[in-house]
Design a protein. Structure first.
Length: 114
């Protein structure tokens, strides 16, 4: 349960960060199946951004972005194709990843177009 709470707090931090960067949040926690959930879907100007958020209490055991594995990336892509099938008006899109470390101080690393 504590991991879910950490993940939710990280997603809130990422959402606020993206909004400050000028992104318009469209959806959060969009689920397509048991394998695929996209944490944040947002618009960056005319580009649809599918954002994976990874949060860790500390980076003692590795960075949050190291948790975006090939399998996770493949599942995200499956969700993207389903989303674009439901929303064919979007032509430009990309996948971003946001890594958040909570302690000793909150740090945010945003990788665009992974």
């Amino acid at each position: 349960m504590i991991n879910k709470a950490i993940g939710k707090s990280g997603e809130e931090i990422a959402k606020k960060y993206l909004e400050k960067q000028g992104y318009k949040i469209i959806e959060t926690n969009k689920r397509f199946s048991n394998l695929c959930e996209i944490d944040i879907i947002a618009l960056d100007k005319n580009t649809l951004v599918f954002c994976e958020v990874k949060t860790r209490r500390t980076d003692n055991c590795g960075t949050p972005l190291e948790a975006v594995t090939r399998t996770k990336y493949a599942n995200i892509k499956k969700g993207i194709y389903l989303y674009l099938k439901e929303n064919p008006d979007y032509k430009n899109f990309r996948i971003d990843a946001v890594g958040i470390v909570l302690k000793p101080a909150v740090t945010i690393k945003h990788l665009k177009n992974i």
